[in-house]
Design a protein around this ligand. Structure first.
Ligand code: ZN
Length: 288
């Protein structure tokens, strides 16, 4: 059996100075703070740039020093400085999650790829939380994300494999294949599912989101994401039934499970899969 000391260098091969990692964590937390603004404002059709941060309860502007990611929420014990209204812990959790995700991405991938995936993970997080809040995934995140993914496939072909360096067409084609497979496969599931169940099994928003995931990660990831997300979704649904908790009424948004599965793929789903297969083959070779 392989040990953790074999696994960690395989999953996080980049070497970075501790100070640089701290900087990445701070940058991630600040981006997370901006993503909170996007999650709140995009479904309402508001600009994500202006006006600056203000309290949703009393409307007063929030000065910079009470708007420091995670720290301010902890110092104020989850209440607004202006009027004392309760601030959902989710804001701080989103900031903390991005503060952890950024260093991990740069430990896992070369800088250019890590930057692209940081954008990708940010988009997935915003889409997931909007889906949880409103049961929609805005087109500008799903279709927009797919178009960005196609463009980046051509600009940064190594997103789709180191062997594609300097081959923009090959990168674009791989991205297109992923977007097509993602969109097509899940569209079939949606059409067949809603015919069989006589109700909407899944939204077209999920189809467009998987097309976007495919454009960034390629078609191999699409298969992985479909399998893992349906497993996660049914597991969650089953657990909610057992606990008799109807968190979302009878509907469960599927976008978050697609996003979670894509992140698992990014952080080693594919690598783990290949390593397990390798070890299994070595083990078999040892036995035979
Ligand atoms: Zn207030």
């Amino acid at each position: 059996m392989p040990s953790l000391s074999d696994l960690l260098p395989a999953l996080f091969p980049q070497e970075l100075a501790p100070l640089f990692l701290v900087g990445l964590a701070l940058a991630g937390a600040c981006i997370g703070s901006f993503l909170n603004v996007c999650i709140y404002r995009i479904p309402l059709g508001l600009s994500v740039v202006t006006p600056g941060s203000h309290c949703h309860a009393c409307g007063r502007a929030i000065p910079g020093w009470w708007n420091i990611p995670v720290v301010s929420w902890l110092l104020l014990r989850g209440r607004a400085k202006c009027c004392g209204v309760r601030i959902d812990a989710r804001y701080a959790v989103v900031e903390a999650a991005m503060g952890i995700a950024f260093p991990l991405l740069f430990l896992r991938f070369p800088p250019l790829l890590a930057a692209v995936y940081a954008l990708f993970v940010s988009g997935l997080l915003v889409a997931s939380l909007i889906d949880i809040d409103h049961f929609i995934i805005p087109d500008r995140l799903s279709i927009g994300g797919a178009l960005v993914g196609l463009g980046l496939g051509a600009l940064v072909p190594t997103l789709h494999g180191a062997e594609l360096a300097g081959k923009p067409w090959a990168g674009f084609n791989h991205a297109l294949g992923g977007a097509f497979l993602g969109g097509f496969l899940l569209w079939v599931v949606v059409v067949v599912g809603s015919k069989a169940l006589k109700k909407e099994a899944m939204g077209l928003g999920d189809v467009k989101l998987l097309a976007g995931i495919g454009a960034f990660l390629g078609w191999e990831a699409v298969l992985f994401v479909i399998v893992l997300s349906s497993f996660l979704g049914s597991f969650f649904g089953g657990a909610m039934l057992l606990l008799r908790k109807q968190v979302w009424g009878s509907r469960i948004p599927y976008g978050p499970f697609l996003a979670l599965a894509a992140v698992v793929w990014l952080f080693g789903g594919g690598t783990l899969w290949r390593l397990l297969f390798q070890w299994w083959r070595q083990g078999m070779a040892g036995v035979l």
